[in-house]
Design a protein around this ligand. Structure first.
Ligand SMILES: [Zn+2]
Length: 167
């Protein structure tokens, strides 16, 4: 019964990794997995992994799916080398950078559904930063501002699913 002593610690880890590979290696072939999420007072810190062997950048198929489902995303404000919107770099953005903007968009849409006149019902109300931690291993850190952590976590889950289905 030695393992029972670690039950509480395991549960704590599980709550910090809601989208980990809980099902085991049969899911290991998903292009994107979330390795770790830390909910801070003002932001989520999400470590995601692009599985080696998959494109680390937006593919033409994925870009087309984004333009169909999330046409607003190209107009998001974005600090990048080319322009001042995400549209300036979307076709060659990293997958984690795309995820950042998808979660921002999904948060704005969630607030819009809840109360259309709320100032939070706009992508401009949310900030995000993405950086590679280890590009060779495909590990990136996405930091996302939120006003409701559950809305942001649901957005992250949906954004990851969307990319995994559309890549
Ligand atoms: Zn950006």
């Amino acid at each position: 019964m030695g393992s029972a002593r670690f039950g509480a610690a395991d549960a704590g880890l599980a709550s910090a990794q809601p989208f980990s590979l809980g099902g085991g290696p049969r899911f290991a072939a998903l292009p994107i997995t979330v390795a770790r999420i830390v909910v801070k007072r003002d932001r989520l810190v999400c470590d995601v992994r692009v599985t080696p062997g998959f494109s680390q950048e937006v593919t033409p198929r994925l870009a087309a799916a984004v333009r169909t489902r999330f046409p607003q995303i190209e107009g998001h404000a974005c600090v990048n080398e080319v322009g001042d919107t995400f549209g300036a770099v979307m076709d060659r953005a990293s997958l984690p950078h795309l995820l950042e903007h998808l979660v921002i968009q999904l948060q704005a849409e969630a607030w819009e559904r809840a109360s259309p006149s709320n100032p939070l019902a706009s992508p401009g109300a949310f900030v995000g930063v993405t950086e590679w931690v280890d590009r060779e291993e495909g590990i990136a850190r996405i930091q996302l501002g939120y006003r409701d952590d559950m809305v942001a976590l649901a957005g992250l889950r949906d954004a990851v699913a969307f990319v995994n289905e559309s890549l």
